[in-house]
Design a protein around this ligand. Structure first.
Ligand code: SF4
Ligand code: MSK
Length: 673
């Protein structure tokens, strides 16, 4: 067995304490294993690379070559007038707001460009230019068509007839693509929001015109010497963020559902223990499911399984990391290997024969780690290449998707016999029930005869369910891996709050065992546990990937429609959270939640805290405009209780606060459920 190559370090770096770095046993074991092998991971880098205290507060401007202008907050805070300014005179509010809306632009661009890629493949499939993709969910196609201005029936001789599905699909694809660059009108999906919310957006002039335009306009406004009013800047940030949640992300989710199938609950497993030593391990990582959907079909084909056996493997174990994992999990039950901070660890098992990456959240250091093992690291997207020589680029093309996928799977199989280091797959994995969405919540909590959100609303009104929480977002190596996601989720369900989750947060909750119906009996409060037991759902519902946060917006809209809990999303006893956030996408998500009326809590530090006036504006004054606001907490229990306090405030405003005091389950109550 050949020696594992070690990465050279300039000076002796500090090493992370595995137990301090993650709450997850699998990760702790692999961090320690990496250190034993001398392979550096992000957990060690976090010990040696400190963040800039000024940049982290949003008050460093490098928008022109007279800077960077750094405006640190004076010790003890601002007393009297804030006289800080950059070379051009830009105030801390201008600088922080410019930086903040640029983060929104980047996040919205990432989600929306993902959506555009899906729309292009969708149109190609609708036009039958490729054999690899077909329309799978006709019902969903017919559901979304009217929102995109596509008729589903046609009048012939006074008779209303169903239109041809292929024709509808082509028009849906064409109209969807226009959302990125049309010359007039407004974002079509904005009308899917509750009417009072749409009216608020209209009144404040923030309904997006088209997706690309709002993002480009941020880059223009934040150039030196253009928009220097933080309120005007954040207004543009709102347009771009709404383009994400109610535009690019929602279109990505819908078109993926139509093309690959709308998710329904299914059982799978989570954590790196899903890898198998005697199988070829192929891991997909990133966000776009367009190629990985085909990889699933190819990896499960008898031809490839037989081929793997000729190489001495017992089969092929496909698993996923980050949101590509969530996409394949929710539609096919493909197990989840891990979330953002576990990507290097997957290779450190020594059993990853190939890792296939597409876009977003892919650490460049994967290439350095892969060099130490036999792992083939394959980039597949024209937008996401890596400079390191050991990285293979196989560019995905929807017209040759099947050939591309076969080449990739075969490469993984051929690499099985090249394993050169000790294999160390920690034996921890959990069961998860995933694949929830707007449609399945309707079915589960509404029942066959009453497939709607009334039952969910009834349970919120009677207090068995205290409220709803969305926990989303990333891991951040500056905080203990998975700790905040799991602590907050546990505290919320203990207090009868039903949790909806996506992204890396969902993976953290699955790894902690919160995604089985039985976990409700262990962790949930009495009311929520009763509901979970009766309808057979976990107390934490996995709603998919980061773009699937749009499912949370639409689920909230359905709750409003079902009645009894106010007229707008901001009336609901609901709150949002992204405790371990790190990406610009998280900022865009947070801002579209806030401006859709959701009280949204993030971890500190936050890139607005160095500009107190602007910070105050987004944490307090935005609530008067949209009903939602940004809020912050560093401690996870405080974080959860801020959300619960908001939920209780809304219950009181709705006049249903007394119901909770009366909730004492007896047999009749349970039967009524
Ligand atoms: Fe400094 Fe103004 Fe240039 Fe920013 S735009 S770097 S604040 S001079
Ligand atoms: S993958 S954006 S680390 S959630 Fe969607 Fe996870 Fe955050 Fe990436």
């Amino acid at each position: 067995m050949a020696e594992v190559k070690k990465i050279k370090a300039a000076k002796k770096p500090k090493l992370a304490d595995p137990k301090e770095a993650s709450i997850d046993l699998t990760s702790q074991e692999l961090i320690a294993h990496a250190q034993k092998l001398g392979v550096e991971t992000i957990f060690d880098r976090a010990m040696n690379l400190k963040p800039c205290a000024i940049g982290i507060q949003g008050i460093c401007c490098k928008n022109c070559a007279m800077g960077p202008c750094r405006l640190p907050l004076p010790k003890g805070g601002i007393e009297g007038e804030d006289t800080r300014k950059g070379m051009c005179g830009a105030t801390p509010n201008t600088i922080a707001a410019r930086n903040f809306v640029r983060m929104i632009a980047a996040g919205s661009a990432a989600h929306s460009d993902h959506g555009r890629g899906v729309a292009e493949v969708f149109l190609s499939a609708a036009k039958k230019e490729t054999d690899a993709y077909k329309i799978k969910d006709v019902d969903k196609l017919l559901d979304i068509a009217p929102w995109l201005g596509v008729e589903t029936t046609v009048e012939v001789d006074g008779e209303e007839l169903d239109r041809d599905i292929d024709e509808i699909a082509v028009e849906v694809g064409e109209n969807a693509l226009k959302e990125w660059g049309k010359n007039e009108g407004e974002l079509l999906y904005a009308k899917r929001a509750p009417a009072p919310l749409y009216a608020k957006w209209k009144k404040n002039g923030v309904i997006p015109r088209n997706i690309d335009r709002e993002i480009v306009e941020i880059m223009h406004r934040t150039h030196i010497g253009v928009d220097q009013d933080y309120k005007n800047l954040i207004k543009q940030g709102t347009r771009a963020a709404l383009c994400d949640g109610w535009g690019g992300s929602m279109l990505a989710t819908d078109l993926q559902d139509v093309l690959f199938g709308t998710p329904y609950p299914l059982q799978s497993e989570a954590n790196l223990g899903v890898m198998k030593e005697d199988h070829v391990n192929l891991i997909v990582h990133g966000h776009e499911p367009v190629l990985s959907e085909i990889i699933v079909a190819v990896a499960q084909s008898q031809e490839m399984i037989d081929y793997a056996k000729t190489k001495g493997a017992k089969g092929i174990q496909l698993s996923g990391i980050c949101c590509t994992a969530n996409e394949l999990l929710q539609r096919h039950g493909i197990p989840t290997a891990g979330n953002f901070l576990q990507q290097e660890l997957a290779i450190i098992t020594g059993a990853c024969d190939a890792m296939v990456v597409d876009i977003q959240c892919i650490m460049q250091n994967l290439a350095n780690v892969a060099k130490c093992f036999h792992t083939k690291l394959i980039t597949t997207h024209p937008l996401g290449k890596m400079e390191q020589e050991n990285v293979i680029h196989i560019e995905f093309n929807e017209h040759y998707a099947l050939e591309d996928a076969k080449r990739i799977v075969k490469m993984a199989i051929d690499n099985f016999e090249n394993r050169k280091s000790e294999v160390m797959i920690p034996q921890h994995k959990t069961t998860q029930i995933a694949g929830f969405g707007v449609e399945s919540i309707k079915y589960h909590l509404g029942g066959t005869f009453r497939g709607d959100y009334y039952t969910l609303n009834d349970n919120i009104i009677n207090g068995r369910i205290r409220g709803l929480a969305g926990i989303v977002g990333c891991n951040n190596a500056r905080s203990k891996h998975n700790d905040q996601h799991v602590t907050i989720a546990k505290e919320l369900i203990k207090n009868d709050v039903l949790v909806l989750t996506t992204g890396c947060s969902a993976i953290a909750c699955a790894e902690a065992g919160l995604m089985t119906p039985e976990s409700a009996q262990v962790y949930a409060g009495q009311g929520l546990a009763e509901v979970c037991e009766t309808v057979g759902i976990p107390p934490v519902l996995h709603l998919g990937s980061c773009v699937d946060n749009s499912r949370i917006l639409l689920a909230a809209t359905e709750v409003v429609k079902a009645g009894g809990l106010g007229d707008d999303i901001s009336d609901l006893p609901a709150a949002g959270s992204a405790p371990e956030w790190m990406s610009e996408k998280a900022i865009s998500i947070g801002h579209y939640f806030v401006t859709s009326g959701v009280y949204t809590v993030f971890d500190l530090p936050f890139p607005t805290s160095g500009a107190p006036v602007f910070h105050n504006y987004i944490t307090k004054e935005l609530e008067e405009i949209y009903g939602g606001m940004w809020a912050f907490a560093s401690d996870p229990i405080e974080h959860a209780h801020k959300m619960i306090a908001h939920i209780d405030k809304k219950r009181k405003a709705l006049g249903i606060d007394k119901a909770r005091e009366r909730v004492l389950m007896d047999f009749d109550d349970r039967r009524a459920l």
